[in-house]
Ligand binder design. Sequence first.
Ligand code: DAH
Length: 339
Amino acid sequence: MKEQLEQIKLSAIGSIEKADTLSQLEELRVQYLGKKGELTLVLRNMKDLSAEERPIVGQLANIVREDIEKRLVLKKGLLESSEQNQKLQEETIDITMPGKGLSYGHMHPLEQTLEEIQRIFLGMGYEIIDGREVETAYYNFDALNLGEDHPARDEQDTFYITNDIVLRTATSPVQVHTMETQELPIRMIAPGRVYRSDEVDATHSPVFHQIEGLVIDKNITFGDLKGVLAEFAKALFGDKVEVKFRPHYFPFTEPSAEADVSCVMCGGSGCNVCKGTGWIEVLGCGMVHPKVLEMAGIDPNVYSGFAFGMGLERLTMLKYNINDLRLFYENDIRFLSQF
Ligand code: DAH
């Protein structure tokens, strides 16, 4: 009987060690110590023992029972604390990842691209600046060298609140506020909503988002502009992406350019996304016009700078191969849950 007790003890120790849930532990308690448990059965059979043997085996059985009970309690404590840890971990929100910590777990694709763009520019030492969506005509047009007769001032494109107050048609006015109020040098991006009175279709919406960029310092050249934007495009679309600059016209920059990236779908060989050209236009840019610097109170003989503006919807469509911009605003869960 002594051997039997010894065996029960060994097998109980082994099973308790292996148990990894509280319910397994409860099963083991019943198996060894329950009314019909292994140890109980041994004690029941004690009546067959001699009067001398009985107290010895009884004492041993008590020791084994206490030992098993102690191990059960210890293991229960261990399992409970690890269960608690797991729960805590599940309930922990990573505040460095907005959106991801939420139980829903998805982040709007525009938000994802914006976060990525912000991270890229923060990494290059840029500040993120908030602008205003309601602007005076001065900041939206005049201060950006868009004269009285510029076509963009036409009511067809602009939502006018009064003759002098508009919903901004681009994030470019943030350039002017920043130059007027911030100390030099300036290195900033300004993301935000912009408004144009366009019809809704697969590539147009009256409300969309742009990201403006502005760098002002001594000795800033077009070479700096090209370097920064090429680095940016590679960071967003991958190392293989090539960037080319085409001469263009914007009233607030001189010289001005549009930047194209090699088609992110076909790699440049030509497909329906790039309309067979191998290139996709992604942003406008240029050296800040001396008149714009001057109007904002910066001496163009001492300082120079570059600016750029890009559309968040367009970049996101390219990044995720989305062919209709309306999907961003419809909040269809079948679309959103893919991100
Ligand atoms: N404001 C322009 C637009 O809405 C984009 C743009 C082009 C911004 C060139 C810039 C720039 O800062 O330098 O189409």
